[in-house]
Design a protein around this ligand. Structure first.
Ligand code: ZN
Length: 488
């Protein structure tokens, strides 16, 4: 980085050496922008950090740009009216469709959690045995954080403006932007900024990767790349130290389904509403076509996941080629005859008495709240139950404990033996692994001049930084919270 007078400055307000809280402030000679305004997630002390807004003047922001609709990238947008922001929120079309629902349901959830806390009915879960797992379970004592009201969520929702992929848009004095497909979840984008120089020279090019999906994505269309190298790439590094095992996930899934059907077992799968749910649905749709699911209903117990899934079918051009063709033929690639969607608590409870072989997909993906926790509570002590994990589980939460051999747990105050079979299918991720990330950079028009690694643990990004220095450029930085990166 040069020490000359900067043309562009990027200040890191989140996701510095961690995987949540994405938020970057861009200052140019004539404009002031924010890229992402995500929540910090995890333990209660992480959630508390959300109450302290970044130290910047929100009233002077020309626009807020959003890479995608995951809460670690967009979850604090509902705070914008309270902070004095009055400009537009810019997103791709699918993200713009999702954001109002994500923000209003987040406001509702914040309200519900407060009421549950006051009434002593907040969902709870922890491992009781073996002891070494029990010790890591955090106990939540403080009241949950309330960041914004329903009214403010709706105000922000009204300010969201959609911009098509790959189209340059002038968004502020001397600044143009465009969205590039990131193959992560529906609507997810990298953001390219072109900033005019005061002297009329070549514009400064910034690229914010957002979350980068796998290069070979079975669900989504391939990534889009810029035709010009970036001066500064702000890049995620979630899986920078990880290489996924080469396993056939579909084969593993159908083995589980065949056995469950033969033994009359229920398969409970914790999923996140946007991304993981659709990846699993796509595999189940294939299993349905292959006749594996005959007589075995699949319940999708999440209104948000149902709505997000509909969105995939409404944007066929963003889907993987064969799925795109299915959509063109009029077939929804995420729908199949055995699928039943449950949109309310009442509908969720209607399957409590189902004792025959079935699959239940429900949130939360960490298995610590939402309808999945109720399903698990009702069935975990029964040997005709399987709990299928397909994603990373946070240390200290119930899902992590179950994957690591918990034998007795407490859910909503009830102590229960774990008699359910615990299954895991590894390697299903919305994020590319280190090989994918390297390939993504390798397919750019040229290596970025500088790469700043964010959105990864300190260890993951440090390991990925070494890989990048070896293969791409020596100018790789690992910024801390509050650091300012300058491009001259
Ligand atoms: Zn994401």
């Amino acid at each position: 980085m040069s020490k000359d007078v900067p043309c562009v400055a990027v200040r890191i307000h989140g996701a510095a050496g961690e995987v949540t809280g994405s938020c970057y402030e861009v200052t140019t000679p004539h404009a002031h922008l924010l890229v992402d305004f995500g929540m910090f997630q995890g333990a209660p002390e992480q959630e508390l950090r959300n109450t302290i807004p970044p130290d910047l003047d929100f009233a002077t922001l020309d626009a807020v740009l959003v890479t995608h609709a995951h809460v670690d990238h967009c979850g604090r947008l509902g705070m914008l009216p309270g902070l004095g922001f009055q400009g537009p929120v810019l997103a791709t079309e699918p993200t713009a469709e999702l954001l109002p629902r994500v923000l209003t349901s987040s406001a509702t959830l914040q309200q519900t959690r407060t009421q549950e806390h006051r009434g002593g009915t907040a969902p709870s879960s922890r491992v009781l045995a073996p002891h070494h797992l029990a010790s890591s379970i955090p106990i939540r004592k403080d009241p949950p954080v309330v960041l914004f009201t329903h009214r403010n969520a709706e105000r922000v929702a009204r300010s969201v403006r959609a911009i098509p992929f790959m189209e340059w848009e002038s968004i502020a004095d001397g600044v143009e932007m465009r969205f590039l497909h990131a193959s992560h979840v529906i609507g997810a984008a990298s953001i390219e900024l072109r900033v005019a120089r005061p002297d009329g020279g070549e514009p400064v090019r910034l690229l914010f990767s957002g979350d980068i999906g796998p290069i070979e994505n079975p669900l989504l269309a391939p990534h889009q790349w810029s035709d010009r190298p970036a001066d500064l790439l702000i890049m995620e590094s979630t899986n920078g130290a990880r290489r996924f095992p080469q396993v056939d996930q579909y084969q593993l899934l159908i083995e589980i389904l065949k056995e469950a059907r033969a033994k009359n077992q229920r398969v409970l799968a914790p999923v996140f509403a946007l991304g993981r749910a659709q990846t699993i649905l796509q595999l189940l749709a294939r299993a349905s076509r292959d006749g594996i699911l005959q007589g075995m209903p699949v319940y999708l117990d999440s209104a948000m996941a149902v709505r997000a899934s509909e969105l995939y079918a409404r944007h066929p051009k963003l889907l993987e080629e064969s799925l795109h063709r299915q959509c063109i033929r009029g077939t929804n690639p995420l729908h199949f005859p055995e699928l039943h969607t449950l949109m309310s608590r009442r509908e969720s409870e209607s399957i409590d008495r189902v004792k025959t072989a079935c699959v239940i997909l429900a949130g939360s993906g960490f298995c610590d709240a939402g309808p999945i926790l109720r399903h698990v509570q009702l069935a975990i002590d029964q040997p005709d139950t399987r709990i299928l994990f397909t994603g990373h589980q946070l240390d200290g939460l119930l899902g992590h404990g179950l994957l690591n051999g918990a034998t007795r747990v407490e859910i909503n105050g009830a102590a229960l033996d774990v008699n359910a079979k615990i299954d895991r299918i590894a390697g299903i991720s919305g994020h590319g692994d280190s090989d994918d990330l390297l390939t993504w950079i390798g397919r750019m028009a040229g290596p970025p001049k500088t790469i700043a690694l964010v959105h990864g643990s300190v260890e993951a990004r440090s390991e990925f930084a070494s890989i990048l220095r070896q293969h791409v450029t020596s100018d790789v930085v690992e910024p801390a919270l509050g650091d300012i990166l300058r491009v001259t």
